[in-house]
Design a protein around this ligand. Structure first.
Ligand SMILES: Nc1ncnc2c1ncn2[C@@H]1O[C@H](COP(=O)(O)OP(=O)(O)OP(=O)(O)O)[C@@H](O)[C@H]1O
Ligand SMILES: [Mg+2]
Length: 213
């Protein structure tokens, strides 16, 4: 199979699972190989979506309801898909996103215990028919993730301040998503050293790259 558009790849996992670090390793590699790629992060990636991101992550917004949060994430994503992702894929660019719709299902659906079926319908509406070709889910225990985040220098955002139980529910949500989408979601054991994880990631990534060549 050869795709007549670029590849759309997403990275998922709880906070501190190591997504951003692996993304840095992967994009350095793509650059060396001279491949055309676009790196985006959710929520964000367009002027409107970045404005929504600020509202979502602002520690002052403690009064935000779970419903508002869900709709804002969906709104930021809808704008990103239409304005950036679809046009880039049409030009055969490899688009890699730090989080995408599985984050909404895992965090808002399983973490906040909102209606998962409704969230999946909302996700479908927001993505306008565009599903990732491949999703790497970085699986770590909550203990490991919290240990890594302790050493991080940036200030934590509103969502980082959630309880350990919330993180546990979110992680099991991710595992359910992976189980239900075995063709799309690859589970990566992210308890290992960064180099070992990257070797694994790179192997799987190179296999799928052949689809766009
Ligand atoms: N495999 C690893 N082993 C040990 N430490 C790691 C590993 N991967 C990442 N780290 C460190 O753990 C911290 C969190 O990693 P990173 O920022 O990549 O996670 P993240 O999944 O992007 O988190 P968030 O969802 O909050 O953005 C960083 O300080 C990073 O250097
Ligand atoms: Mg990150």
């Amino acid at each position: 199979m050869v795709l007549n558009r670029g590849l759309f790849i997403t990275f998922e996992g709880i906070d501190g699972s190591g997504k951003t670090l692996q993304l840095e390793l992967l994009t350095a590699n793509l650059e060396k190989a001279g491949l055309k790629y676009l790196l985006i992060r959710e929520p964000g990636g367009t002027s409107i979506s970045e404005q929504i991101r600020k509202i979502l992550l602002d520690r002052k917004n403690i009064e935000m309801s779970a419903e508002t949060e869900l709709l804002l994430f969906a709104a930021a994503r809808a704008q990103l898909v239409k304005q950036i992702v679809k046009p880039a894929l049409a030009e055969k660019t490899i688009v890699i996103s730090d989080r995408f719709f599985d984050s909404t299902t895992a965090y808002q659906g399983y973490g906040r215990e909102m209606n998962v079926n409704f969230i999946q319908n909302l996700n479908d509406f927001a993505i306008q028919g565009l599903s990732p070709d491949l999703t790497f889910y970085f699986d770590v225990s909550v203990e490991t993730a919290l240990g890594r985040l302790k050493d991080r220098t940036e200030k934590s955002d509103r969502i980082d301040l959630e309880s350990q139980n919330f993180m546990e529910r979110t992680r099991s949500g991710y595992l359910k998503i992976a189980e239900r989408n075995p063709d799309r979601v690859r589970v990566i054991d992210a308890e290992r050293d960064p180099e070992e994880i990257f070797k694994d990631l790179k192997l799987q990534f190179d296999k799928i790259l052949n689809l766009v060549k």
